[in-house]
Ligand binder design. Structure first.
Ligand code: CO
Length: 460
């Protein structure tokens, strides 16, 4: 009987997708022990937006959150999401920063690092993968799923093979927009399984309503691990529900070794949390619906709503159809980047600019210029030569790995922070999110001073 393992996303992706990562540690601390007893393959609990949200909105040290989860969950692997050379953001960091970040993540409790690059340019993940392996953690190489004439089963299988060659211990198919259909999933998992001897993990979202079908067909094709979210925080822009998926998988003859009583307790715990965020408006119920529009336009739901907002702000919503027709043309001109952040915004904004100006590429955004210059990595396909010429003139694009051009960054950040930084983790928080980290450090110092004053008064 084929065994399927489950990664629970409630603490990271589900939390990020439904409530913009606003779940404070104190809220979920009481359920960690039970999560640890459920028998998950892993708990995705860190990376992505958790870091930014902890510093910016929750007044939490993200590293402390990780250590606290670690000590409450000694039996379950803790997993994080990392954007390769971009770490948690969208710009490239120098190698010394990437290495220290990976090493400290592992030291503070991470077991599995899922590493991806938005363009599937594997040069942008090689340093993170190497450092993960060097520090004894599990490197999961993730491929961003997208559709285009150049993204074929063969091209994805080839990327998987290259990832295997880099030493990753699993391959993740990452469908961040929820646009991968059950047949695409079945064929892709089959192709990757035929090309590598590694466990295959499938990550999708319920946005378009395909999620359960996509995961079930992935299992049938031999996927080993599926990402799901406990039902209270599942569906819509989040993942398919853990309990429902497990029920269906067992009915179809798969073995899933999860403790159902623990899952029930975990879900019972999260139900009032869900209700609380719904009541205070943090959770907008529209994110829970099913939006097949993303399938019709083959662009992610988030990108579509961005375009609508952008055109509405300019009183040009009547141009939406024209912009939606222009979007795939811009994407083709740029060599078919997967439509994930920041590429989705870049392509959408350029398509809108092309339509609103009445002339293609009359105005070219700074981001598109950097992209064409090669500063994000190599385009999956060929950038339109005329567009490249218009942007670069006779200048040649960057063809090396972009991080090779960057000066080391750890020492500089250490000096800039001085005594504000108590440890390397602080330095990394500052490098990743400078303004948010400094605000957090100031709050932390103020808190310490208050505590001290109080202690002195008590002695009086
Ligand atoms: Co996701």
């Amino acid at each position: 009987m084929q065994t399927i393992q489950i990664t629970e996303t409630v603490l990271r992706d589900a939390n990020q997708s439904l409530i913009a990562t606003r779940l404070p540690f104190a809220d979920f601390a009481p359920v960690l022990k039970r999560l640890d007893q459920a028998g998950y393959y892993s708990l995705e609990c860190w990376g992505g937006a958790t870091f930014d949200s902890c510093l910016r909105y929750l007044g939490e040290d993200p590293w402390q959150r990780l250590r606290d989860i670690r000590s409450a969950c000694p039996n379950t692997k803790l997993q994080m999401l990392l954007r390769g050379q971009n770490l948690l953001g969208y710009k490239h960091y120098p190698d010394d920063v990437v290495r220290l970040f990976v090493r400290k993540s592992i030291e503070n409790g991470i077991d599995i690092i899922r590493i991806f690059d938005a363009l599937n340019d594997l040069r942008n993940i090689e340093v993170a993968v190497e450092e993960t392996l060097k520090n004894g953690a599990h490197a999961s190489g993730a491929l961003c799923f997208t559709t285009s004439p150049i993204h074929t089963l063969e091209s994805f299988a080839r990327l998987a093979k290259q990832l295997e060659g880099m030493g990753v211990q699993s391959i993740c198919i990452k469908d961040m927009a929820g646009i991968m259909g059950p047949k695409e999933a079945f064929d892709l998992v089959t192709a990757i399984k035929a090309s590598v001897r590694l466990p295959v993990v499938v990550h999708t979202h319920s946005t378009t309503g395909l999620g359960f079908m996509t995961l079930l067909k992935s299992a049938e094709a031999g996927a080993d691990v599926l990402d799901t979210a406990i039902s209270a925080f599942s569906g819509g822009t989040s993942q398919p529900a853990t309990e429902t998926m497990v029920y269906a998988l067992r009915q179809m003859g798969f073995s899933v070794r999860l403790d159902d009583a623990a899952l029930k307790d975990v879900n019972d715990f999260f139900k009032p949390e869900f209700a609380k965020f719904l009541a205070d408006g943090t959770l907008n119920p529209t994110v829970l619906g099913t939006s097949p529009d993303a399938l019709n336009y083959q662009i992610p739901g988030g990108m579509l709503s961005n375009l609508v907002a952008q055109l509405t702000a300019q009183n040009k919503l009547d141009q939406l159809d024209a912009v939606l027709e222009e979007t795939p043309r811009v994407r083709a001109d740029l060599g078919y980047p997967p439509l994930v952040t920041p590429m989705s915004q870049m392509v959408g904004a350029q398509a809108a600019a092309n339509v609103l100006a009445g002339e293609r590429y009359k105005n070219i955004s700074k981001e598109v210029r950097s992209y064409v210059r090669g500063e994000y990595g190599q385009a999956p396909g060929t950038v339109d030569p005329a567009l490249q010429k218009k942007i670069l003139g006779d200048e040649a694009p960057v063809t090396c790995r972009f991080a090779d051009l960057l000066e080391p960054g750890v020492e500089k950040a250490r000096e800039a922070l001085g005594e504000q930084a108590l440890c390397d983790e602080d330095v990394l928080s500052y490098i990743a999110f400078p303004a948010q980290a400094e605000t957090y450090f100031a709050q932390r110092d103020a808190k310490k001073r208050n505590t001290f004053t109080y202690a002195v008064r008590k002695l009086d």
